[in-house]
Design a protein around this ligand. Structure first.
Ligand code: AP5
Length: 207
């Protein structure tokens, strides 16, 4: 099963993908996580994209497409995958169509106010990528990861200015993909406002 999770920043794509990958037994491939890993490990890719991520702009298509191409040929993705955060432009979607077929594009639908509340309250564990929310999904001890005991961080792009920029980048460059995939008969709208388990159930019903 080849899935794409599409939707605005903070709609819950990463949270639901982390649940769905266990149920469906396919890997969760997040381009945002791949870039953050490269930044944390100070690779040449990481150095190239660090400032771009902090600002909320998109990494150039050529760089992103090459990274996804290399990831999709790994053996764990041979029976399917959840692509989270890719494609984000029409050029990326065209490139993906050359790489593989897609069964469903899950479009996470959430209003702007809820997006801002979710992003500004998000905290994450830097080493594992585990996602929390200070109100909706708090850790057992405030500010500390439940499993590793490490202090949680706020992503640099979850500051107000970067959030607003990411939303406008999404509207300008990624929203056109809704029509692109609807046209191809692949788009499945999902109400992302419920609790994570409810959102997951809606997706499982669709696929
Ligand atoms: P990326 O990491 O993909 O960021 P994003 O798309 O902006 O998505 P987020 O990770 O912010 O949100 P999410 O939908 O996964 O929400 P989450 O589950 O965390 O990309 C980061 C950057 O990398 C980009 O800005 C760009 O620079 C670069 N990049 C990445 N891909 C690229 C590409 N293809 N091309 C070019 N550049 C690219 O949830 C958010 C919060 O809400 C959490 O706190 C969570 O606990 C909470 N929450 C989630 N679901 C629920 C729920 N159902 N109920 C209550 N709370 C919830």
């Amino acid at each position: 099963m080849n899935l794409v999770f599409l939707g605005p920043p903070g709609a819950g794509k990463g949270t639901i993908a982390a649940l769905a990958k266990d149920t469906l037994r396919i890997p969760h491939i997040s381009t945002g996580d791949l870039f953050r890993y490269a930044i944390a490990h100070e690779t040449s890719l990481g150095k190239q994209v660090k400032a771009i991520l902090a600002s909320g702009e998109l990494v150039p298509d050529s760089v992103t497409i090459e990274m996804v191409k290399e990831r999709l040929v790994k053996s764990d993705a041979k029976d399917g995958f959840i692509l989270d955060g890719f494609p984000r432009t029409i050029a990326q979607a065209d490139a993906l169509a050359q790489m593989t077929t897609i069964d469903h594009v899950i479009n996470f639908v959430l209003d702007r106010d809820s997006i801002v509340v979710r992003l500004s309250g998000r905290r994450m564990c830097k080493s594992t990528g585990r996602i929390y929310h200070i109100t909706f999904n708090p850790p057992k001890v405030a500010g500390i990861d439940d499993e590793t005991g490490e202090p949680l961080i706020q992503r640099p792009d979850d500051q107000e200015e970067a959030i607003l920029n990411r939303l406008s980048v999404y509207e300008r460059q990624t929203q056109p993909l809704i029509d692109y995939y609807r046209h191809k008969g692949l788009l499945r709208d999902v109400d992302a406002s419920g609790a994570p388990e409810l959102v997951l159930q809606s997706i499982l019903k669709i696929i």
